[in-house]
Design a protein around this ligand. Structure first.
Ligand SMILES: Nc1ncnc2c1ncn2[C@@H]1O[C@H](COP(=O)(O)OP(=O)(O)OP(=O)(O)O)[C@@H](O)[C@H]1O
Length: 311
């Protein structure tokens, strides 16, 4: 008698119970609650979670043996939530038992590729070692491939990644992220990646209304709030900022709010001459928003590293 024949297998599965017991419901609720907008992304994640739950049940019943391909690509503009969703995806895969630890290691080309001969393989392998048991998130993955330079060390990293994505499918999930058009070109030039990636999720830009809600959620999380004047100013800020260079969706909002809090603190210092209550300490006013250079049109594109000064 083969060993397979004596394995006791369940004859039925209760998916609703599995959904609760695995903690998948919690992750999906966090996703819904913590992230504004992104409904197509949220739908794709719910579908993927369902697929993985069913797949797990099928394997437990002996209906399939294969580990499904879980590598993914997340495409979209900067600041659209790709890293944040990847972190939640890592938690989801962990709860479903697809990865041992469920952590996220986020890297770019510089973390994988060395500057000198012989440096790339150890660098890439070190990153892979750290990511094993979790998710490796490669931001702007297309920079690994430089077609105009035949001897670019990126190729070495690509080969190692392809090998590991095939051989360690049961312990490492790779998510490649970046602009949709560049990613498409990258996959066309490197079909090995395309064939190893099963799930493609596209992240849309946020609307102005969503960015306003994101700013309110971000402030709320830090016990700050916009007063009415500040809310109107923020609305204008968003429309203006979107039209300027280096706009990065929710990340631009986070940067703008960091600066607004800085201005609020300065204002409190210079204006206040008596005790301040918690409302004063927590309120962002119209002036705190309008003092941004975005309103005076003073953006100097050549000063990219100083970009934030414009926000
Ligand atoms: N839908 C959202 N609701 C609330 N906060 C969000 C949302 N999307 C993104 N954020 C916040 O915006 C910031 C940028 O998001 P994130 O780093 O996930 O974007 P990204 O697409 O990975 O950007 P990049 O590729 O440029 O690094 C984070 O601070 C994140 O918490």
């Amino acid at each position: 008698m083969s060993e397979e024949a004596v394995v006791e297998r369940p004859t039925t599965v209760n998916l609703a119970e599995e959904y609760e017991a695995s903690g998948v419901r919690e992750v999906l609720e966090d996703l819904d609650r913590e992230l504004i907008g992104l409904s197509p992304v949220k739908l794709r994640i719910r579908e993927t979670a369902a697929l993985l739950l069913v797949d797990k049940a099928r394997r437990e019943m002996g209906l399939s043996q294969e580990t499904p391909t879980l590598h993914m690509s997340f495409t979209g503009n900067p600041g659209t939530g790709k890293t944040t969703v990847a972190r939640m995806m890592a938690g989801l895969l962990h709860r479903l038992g697809y990865v041992r630890k469920g952590h996220l290691v986020s890297v770019t080309r510089d973390d994988l590729v060395g500057q000198y001969i012989g440096h790339t393989a150890p660098k890439t392998k070190e990153v892979l070692k750290k990511a094993m048991g979790g998710v490796l998130f490669i931001d702007e993955a297309y920079y690994l491939y430089k077609p105009d330079n035949e001897r670019d060390y990126g190729q070495e990293a690509i080969e190692i990644l392809l090998q590991v994505m095939e051989n360690n499918r049961d312990d490492l999930v790779v998510i490649m992220a970046g602009y949709a058009d560049r990613m498409d070109k990258f996959f066309s030039a490197n079909p090995g990646f395309r064939s190893r990636i099963a799930h493609h999720i596209d992240f849309p830009d946020y609307t102005d209304g969503e960015l306003l809600r994101i700013s309110q959620t971000m402030l709320d999380g830090q016990n700050y709030a916009l007063d009415d004047g500040a809310e109107a100013a923020m609305q204008e800020y968003i429309a203006k900022r979107r039209a300027q260079p280096h706009f990065a969706n929710a990340r631009s909002i986070r940067n703008a709010l960091d600066r607004a809090r800085l201005r609020q603190a300065n204002r409190l210092f210079t204006e206040a001459n008596g005790p301040l209550d918690s409302t004063a300490l927590s309120t962002i006013t119209e002036d705190d928003i309008r003092a941004s250079r975005v309103f005076s049109g003073g953006l100097d594109v050549d000063k990219a590293p100083m970009q934030e000064a414009a926000e």
